[in-house]
Ligand binder design. Structure first.
Ligand SMILES: Cc1cc2nc3c(=O)[nH]c(=O)nc-3n(C[C@H](O)[C@H](O)[C@H](O)COP(=O)(O)OP(=O)(O)OC[C@H]3O[C@@H](n4cnc5c(N)ncnc54)[C@H](O)[C@@H]3O)c2cc1C
Length: 379
């Protein structure tokens, strides 16, 4: 186990490593096959304090910093990326925006149960016609007596089936662009809220991904998260943190794929396998450094948009390349149902898409690197 971290983060890493080895790894194949994370495992994650990790202790969290959080997500994902993603989504794009933007009353009501792991959190931005291009949101809200009325469809929402709290982004008028978008905290029991369908996926099976329908959902005024019209800022801030989390989940998959490959090459040495192993090690090393750098920048309170995008871009690509090389090294055994090599490759292949695709990371980086005044700013 790596030990290049400050003491707190190292403590969290060791705890997550031990938990993943005893409580997740024995279930990883079953989670993938059954497309389901057992509720007892989610309760155990809560008991360990992982579901409150990035939430301050004042709100019942365990108050870990970003370095601790990425260490935990990486370790959980080494055993099962689906479990890592469940925790990452809950922490980074549901609890964290409530820490940042919530009123004390909202933190009292929504953040405490999230931090204690009594409910799971979800983040609902994507729509059937609005994925990368968030300006195309069509889920509408209007003012209603004493609050708001929401109507629309959200798709590919992680944790959606089990979530007890969903952040929903909606526009008052699509013609207003980003200025029309606001964020709302929605408890799924609310009348008009339903999960329309759950999707089966190539990888990250077990991590729920579903479509949500909001059919004239009435929300009280206190459901608005942050001021009206700043919803896109809430979403983009959450996604920036989420990218560091997803990068660490991808790193976890890359670590396991590398470890499997190394075992296989050690058992049956061949020059071509050694070459693949060496390339994988270089890729893995780059991903490790970049994820650590992004977490450090976030903890330092410095702008970390570049670090987050580079970490997500490189770690998700590394996971795919290393897991794919792992299948090559394993040969036919690597594509057999139930083999770790094929599960790791299927899980890895989803990471370049979630929380901003690879092409969107490239656009963010190009925009950050080119001054707008050159006229070549791509966004
Ligand atoms: C497993 C999983 C979990 C998810 N969880 C959530 C969640 O919890 N909450 C949520 O809101 N969403 C979630 N999503 C949705 C995810 O964020 C979107 O899939 C992603 O943003 C891409 O949107 P899209 O699928 O509509 O693809 P599109 O935006 O249609 O993109 C299709 C392709 O075109 C490329 N592309 C798009 N625009 C450009 C451009 N301007 N320049 C160059 N290339 C471009 C993309 O990179 C991609 O390769 C999840 C998706 C998956 C697969």
């Amino acid at each position: 186990m790596r030990s290049d971290l400050p003491t707190d983060a190292q403590g969290w890493r060791e705890r997550a490593h031990a938990f993943a080895a005893s409580a997740i790894a024995p279930l990883a194949e079953r989670i993938d096959r059954d497309d389901r994370i057992p509720p007892e495992l989610v309760r155990a994650l809560a008991d360990e304090g992982f579901l409150g990790l990035s939430t301050p202790t004042a709100w019942d969290g365990t108050g870990g910093d970003t370095r601790s959080t990425v260490a935990v997500l990486e370790e959980l994902s080494r055993a099962s990326a689906s479990v890592g993603v469940l925790v990452g989504v809950h922490l980074s794009v549901c609890a964290a925006p409530i820490v940042t933007w919530g009123s004390d009353a909202q933190r009292e009501r929504f953040l405490r149960p999230l931090a204690r792991g009594e409910v799971l959190g979800a983040f609902a931005l994507t729509e059937p016609g609005a994925g990368s291009d968030t300006a195309r949101l069509t889920t509408r809200y209007s003012k209603d007596e004493g609050g708001f009325l929401l109507r629309g469809t959200k798709t590919f929402i992680s944790n959606a089936v089990s979530a007890g709290i969903v952040l929903v982004f909606a526009t008052s008028d699509p013609a207003l662009g980003h200025k029309g978008i606001s964020a709302f905290i929605v408890p799924p029991g609310t009348k008009g809220f339903s999960v329309a369908q759950r999707f089966e996926k190539l990888g990250l099976r077990g991590s729920e991904t579903a479509e949500i329908v909001l059919d004239d959902v009435h929300l009280p005024r206190e459901s608005l998260l942050g001021p009206e019209g700043v919803g896109l800022r809430v979403a983009l801030g959450a996604l920036q943190g989420g990218r560091v989390g997803i990068a660490s989940c991808a790193l976890g998959v890359a670590e396991t794929a590398f470890a499997e490959m190394r075992r296989s090459v050690a058992a049956e040495d061949a020059d071509w396998k050694r070459t693949l192993l060496a390339r994988a090690f270089a890729d893995l090393s780059a991903a490790r450094v970049l994820v650590a750098r992004a977490a450090e920048a976030k903890d330092a309170g410095a702008p970390y948009v570049i670090e987050a995008s580079v970490a997500k871009l490189v770690a998700s690509g590394a996971a795919v390349r290393i897991a794919s090389a792992g299948v090559d090294v394993a040969g036919a055994a690597g594509v057999r149902a139930g083999s770790p090599a094929q599960r790791l490759l299927r899980d890895a292949r989803v990471f370049p898409i979630v929380e901003g695709t690879t092409e969107i990371q490239e656009l963010i980086l190009a925009r950050s690197l080119l001054p707008a005044s050159t006229g070549r700013n791509p966004l």
